[in-house]
Every structure is written in structure tokens, then in C-alpha cells.
Write a protein that binds this ligand. Structure first.
Ligand code: 9Z3
Length: 331
């Protein structure tokens, strides 16, 4: 048995978190690259969206053998990034290492293995793409190449919740130079609990004495400083994931009320590919209330390639345009 015990301590605020948990070693380098990407986009007058995607891990040891993970394949983030690019945005795609990425997601190793697309000509030994796949591949490849030639996609990776939090803060601060032209689309699955470095065991937790009891600390609520301090007047969209339908709307509304950002998109784990709910403030005259707008697609249409992210991004692009034109500031 290995037991990690702790004394009761104050919950971490964002401030105390960053004062006590060390930054990832690549942070400065990553941020320099993000800064030059953003300044290029600013010169070109493009809107920029930060898309976060994939799950965050919580290591249990400093020499990490075991970790907790959050559910997410990165489909929502990678798919959304493509639709933002299609809408003319530049995208900072901050994703969990090895999770799905825009464009290459169509040929994921498990659902559509790349090698299965290829054919060998027996005589010449040349390699070609099978005719049934070539038109789809051509479309994906053309867009991928165009986006790269235009320099509109910048990719960053995280693994742990600590990497994610440090990167999120730094990237948001960089992006805030664009003020209202920046959007923050927070689709990554972020752990609620973590083990502070000071409580982690140096080496692999040993078994042999029975059960393992770990007490974890709560991850600070970073949406608060994100809204109030890091992102100025940027347009912030967060996601709320629940598995109990009855909790989805109350939790999404509570999040919007607590943090005062622009939209919470609620999704249920089992229906997330077919329906989501936009929870946002409805301003009529000087009266403000919270409204819910459901977005649904026919589950059968996904077999023909329809993706709900297309509709999510269309709606957000419109709302963001109004946000930019309206020049609103946050409540
Ligand atoms: C989401 O709710 C995403 O839509 C999913 C996407 C993780 C469900 P996949 O990558 O799944 O397509 O497989 N992301 C946000 C989840 C989250 O951690 N939200 C926090 C919460 O619910 C607030 S930021 O408390």
C-alpha cells in the first residue's frame, strides 16, 4: 500500500496556484512563437481564435508512471478548428499531445488508418491513393496546404493539467492584444482535481500494502481570472460537460452567472455529437436575462458526414461579429 496523505489546506486560487506550481520548461519558447504568430495575424487584420482540445492528465508521481486522465478524443476541438479556418479565422490550436488535430483527424490511426488508403502498382511499385478515397483526400489536402501556406494555423501541445493552465494563461494574455477580435473556445476536458507538486511522491508509488488513498486538491477556477484579467474584451466560449441531463442547464447557467463570459455550450456525454445547448445572456433594452438555444442535427446525417461543429461555429462567428461591431464590454 502507498498512501498519500495531506493536511487540510486553503483551496488554491489562480494566484496561489501559479505562485507554487512550476511552469513547464518549454513555456517561454512556446510563447515566443505564439507572440510572433499573433502579431502576424494582427498585421493582416485577421480574427484569431484560441481552440483548446483534448484531455488533461494529473500525474500521481514526479517520475510519472501513473496518472489520471479526463475523457476526450479531441474531436470537438479538431473539428471546430477546421470550421473556424473555413470561416477565415486564424487558429491557435492548443491540444493534448497525440489527440486529434485538424485535417489529419480524417485519417486517424484507429478509425480510418492512412495505410489503408494506399495502393501499390504491382508493375511500377509506385504508390497511389485508392480511387474511392482520392476525392476526399484531395479536398482535405488542398485545404490543409492552403491553411499552412497562408500561415493561419499554429499548434501547441500540453499533457498535464499544469501544462494546460500555464499555457492557457500565457496564450490568453498574448491574444488579448487583439481585444474584441480574439475568441477563446475552451473545448479541452479540464480536470477538476490535481495533486500539487509538494504532495507528489518522488518515485513510483509502491503497491503491496493494500489500498491506495489519495487526497487531491481542487483545480482553481481559472475562468474567473481569464475573464477579468487575461483576455480583456475577447469573446469567451466555455464548454460544460455533464452525464446527467438534469444538471446540464443549471450547471451551464451557474457557470455563466459566476464568470460573466459570453457563452457556455452545454453538452451531454452521450448526445454531444447531435445536440448542444448555447447558454448566454439575452440583452433586451436595459434588461438582461439568461437564455438557452438548442442546436440539433439529425443523428442519421452524421453518417453522411454532417458535423454539429459546422453549426456551432456558424452561430459563434455571427455572435462574434456582433460582439466586435457592438463594442460591448463585459458586465
Ligand atoms: C467538452 O465538453 C467537449 O465538448 C468534450 C468533447 C470534451 C465533451 P471529444 O473531444 O469530447 O469530442 O471526444 N469540453 C469541456 C469539458 C470541461 O472540462 N469543462 C469544464 C466543466 O465542465 C469547464 S471548463 O466543468
Amino acid at each position: 500500500m502507498a498512501t498519500t496523505t495531506s493536511t487540510k489546506s486553503e483551496p488554491f486560487s489562480a494566484e496561489s496556484y501559479f505562485a507554487t506550481q512550476p511552469p513547464p520548461s518549454t513555456l517561454d519558447h512556446d510563447i515566443q512563437n505564439v507572440r510572433s504568430f499573433i502579431s502576424r495575424q494582427a498585421e493582416l487584420g485577421r480574427n484569431v481564435v484560441l481552440v483548446t482540445s483534448g484531455g488533461t492528465t494529473v500525474p500521481l508521481e514526479l517520475n510519472v508512471v501513473r496518472f489520471l486522465d479526463n475523457f476526450s478524443a479531441g474531436t470537438r476541438g479538431a473539428t471546430s478548428a477546421e470550421y473556424f479556418l473555413q470561416a477565415g479565422y486564424a487558429v491557435v490550436f492548443m491540444h493534448r499531445q497525440f489527440s486529434l488535430q485538424p485535417f489529419s483527424r480524417h485519417y486517424s490511426h484507429s478509425t480510418n488508418p492512412f495505410l489503408d488508403l494506399l495502393e501499390i502498382d504491382d508493375k511500377s511499385h509506385n504508390i497511389g491513393v485508392s480511387s474511392s478515397q482520392s476525392s476526399h483526400l484531395l479536398e482535405v489536402l488542398k485545404t490543409y496546404k492552403a491553411v499552412h501556406n497562408e500561415g493561419r494555423l499554429h499548434t501547441l501541445t500540453f499533457v498535464t493539467i499544469n501544462d494546460y493552465l500555464w499555457l492557457l494563461r500565457a496564450v490568453s494574455q498574448e491574444l488579448s492584444v487583439l481585444r474584441r477580435r480574439a475568441m477563446y473556445y475552451l473545448a479541452a476536458a479540464v480536470g477538476d482535481f490535481f495533486l500539487p507538486r509538494q504532495k507528489m511522491s518522488q518515485h513510483k508509488i509502491q503497491s503491496g500494502k493494500g489500498s491506495l488513498i489519495i487526497e487531491m486538491d481542487q483545480v482553481p477556477k481559472i475562468l474567473k481570472p481569464m475573464v477579468d484579467e487575461w483576455s480583456r474584451d475577447g469573446y469567451i466560449v466555455s464548454f460544460k460537460l455533464e452525464t446527467d441531463q438534469d444538471l446540464l442547464i443549471p450547471k451551464a447557467r451557474a457557470s455563466l452567472e459566476r464568470y460573466g463570459h459570453q457563452v457556455v455550450i452545454g453538452n451531454d456525454l452521450n448526445t454531444r455529437k447531435f445536440e448542444v445547448v448555447f447558454v448566454s445572456r439575452d440583452e433586451v433594452g436595459d434588461r438582461s436575462s439568461i437564455k438557452e438555444t438548442w442546436l440539433r442535427i439529425d443523428p442519421k446525417s452524421t453518417e453522411a458526414g454532417k458535423e454539429i461543429e459546422e453549426d456551432i461555429i456558424r452561430e459563434l462567428v455571427q455572435r462574434h461579429r456582433k460582439w466586435i461591431e457592438g463594442g460591448q464590454t463585459r458586465n
